[in-house]
Design a protein around this ligand. Structure first.
Ligand SMILES: Cc1ncc(COP(=O)(O)O)c(C=O)c1O
Length: 479
């Protein structure tokens, strides 16, 4: 992009922006099962208006912008109450689940640094279903992520395996409520009891479920305790920009008390300039997401959220039952909330995804990992309610079509060449060649992704990560 000499008109700018968006998924149609949590245009308009009102306020200094201090305190207090904490519970607003998780890991690391200086490389124990954000946090913070398999039937964390992974360097145990991939709630009470017994930090990742599960409980669903009522739970991450339907950039990280939260805060006066004291990772940050979150929570209100939850629950049950009735498909496990994972033992799931997506749906492919098969993921949100029959009919049709599609030539080729290949020696140019053969060029992906997903699925995790890095490094270049 080159700057225009005299600037563009407002009209021309918005025309161009609309053009940029032309090939995006059409999430507004209600057939997108991920990425966008859409409460409908009326609620969105309230969120956008509040966002705009506070767009320019800067969360860098909450003594100057006392409105933001007020908003953050109110939102954290709401989170503490929603997750049944007492008056000791404190928390902060962050830009999303990943930031909340990075902060909780940092707090745990620094807390144990102060009490256990002999631990040089702290370890956090992650059931294989813990979100990738914990691996990112570990990577950024010099902490070792120790992954343990989950139960192969329920896909919940296996407490005995977690126990066996504890070493003298362990500082934290993580449980999900629910996990993203399979949508099941880990045995948080047992994990927290183990953490308590061993003197470890227990984090519940309730980014997905922290807001919604309490509503499902009120609707009579058997939701296990995962919040501050569970002794031993030290911190919880809960996103607002997911099932609270607030505009993106909205999550909370909560701690049982200030003694733990203290380790999250970063202060710096060792430079020439203004004094820095940050609760979160970002320094300068717009007040927009916070004001929008406050506005949407209050606009929808408790009855409104209960009503949305009721509809969503009915939708999830209908979809889950319907999937099990489709010849060739099966649920990977029964969902505890609104995240559904299903697979096909004799049909290529990646072909099913391509077929569905070419019909205007967005459903998400997931690679196999550890004891979990390659599968398809749906995050059901308010805007999907009412589409169940059409989704199931289309799925049945796509399974039949996918059943007849051959395995891609590339997948067979890679399968062959993987035999006897030294994965450690794979170079960036090998990867570029592989991608070119799969139809990836100039950072552009082919419209059908089954071959690429099929190849990725064959590769060991570290090689997959290298491929993704090479690809993205190539994608974000000058247009
Ligand atoms: C369980 C869980 N934790 C954390 C995250 C990360 O959240 P974000 O994408 O807002 O950073 C997600 C995202 O889907 C999630 O499902």
């Amino acid at each position: 992009m080159e700057l225009t000499k005299k600037g563009m008109t407002r009209e021309a700018i918005f025309e161009r922006l609309a053009e940029f968006r032309r090939n995006d998924i059409k999430w507004q149609e209600g057939r997108t099962y991920g990425y966008v949590f859409d409460p409908g245009s009326e609620v969105m308009a309230v969120g956008k208006a509040a966002y705009n009102e506070f767009l320019s306020e800067n969360g860098l200094d909450f003594t100057v912008f006392q409105s933001l201090l007020r908003l953050e305190r109110e939102l954290a207090a709401f989170g503490a109450r929603h997750l049944r904490g007492d008056e000791q519970v404190v928390g902060n607003f962050t830009s999303g689940g990943t930031e909340s998780i990075i902060l909780a890991v940092k707090a745990a690391r620094d807390c144990y640094r102060s009490t256990h200086p002999q631990i040089h490389v702290p370890e956090i124990i992650l059931p294989a279903t813990a979100h990738a954000a914990f691996h990112k946090a570990a990577h950024y913070l010099g902490v070792k992520a120790v992954t343990v398999s989950v139960d192969p039937q329920t896909f919940r964390a296996d407490v005995e395996k977690v126990k066996a992974a504890i070493t003298k360097n362990t500082i934290m145990i993580v449980g999900s409520a629910p996990s993203y991939a399979h949508g099941v709630v880990d045995p948080i009470a047992d994990l927290a009891a183990l953490a308590h017994e061993k003197g470890l930090w227990m984090h519940t990742d309730a980014c997905m479920g922290g807001f919604l599960l309490p509503y499902f409980r009120r609707l009579g669903e058997p939701v296990p305790d995962f919040d501050f009522t569970v002794p031993g739970v030290t911190s919880i991450s809960v996103d607002l920009h997911k099932y609270a339907y607030t505009p993106k950039g909205a999550s909370l990280v909560l701690y049982r008390n200030k003694g733990y939260r203290k380790h999250q805060i970063f202060a710096c006066s060792g430079w020439i300039g203004y004094t820095i004291v940050n609760n979160a990772v970002q320094s300068s940050k717009s007040g927009g997401p916070m004001a929008a979150a406050w506005a949407v929570l209050n606009y929808i209100g408790d009855d409104g959220y209960l009503d949305i939850a009721r509809k969503k629950l009915a939708s999830v049950k209908k979809i889950a039952e319907g999937i099990n009735r489709i010849d060739g498909l099966r649920l990977v496990t029964h969902p505890d909330m609104s995240l559904i994972s299903f697979t096909a033992d004799e049909v290529n799931v990646f072909h099913i995804v391509d077929e569905m997506n070419s019909r205007g749906w967005y459903i998400q492919p997931s690679l196999s990992f550890d004891n979990s098969p390659a599968h398809i993921h749906l995050s059901v949100n308010a805007s999907n309610v009412g589409w169940e029959d059409e989704l199931l009919n289309n799925l049945a049709e796509c399974v039949d079509i996918a059943r007849k599609l051959p395995e891609g030539e590339l997948v067979s080729l890679v399968k062959e060449s993987l035999k006897g290949m030294d994965m450690a020696a794979i170079s960036d140019s090998d990867i570029m060649n592989l991608m070119a053969a799969a139809g990836v060029s100039d950072g552009m992906l082919p419209s059908r992704m089954a071959d690429i997903n099929g190849v990725l699925d064959l590769l060991p995790t570290r090689v997959r990560e290298t491929v993704l890095t090479v690809f993205v490094n190539d994608m974000f270049t000058q247009p």
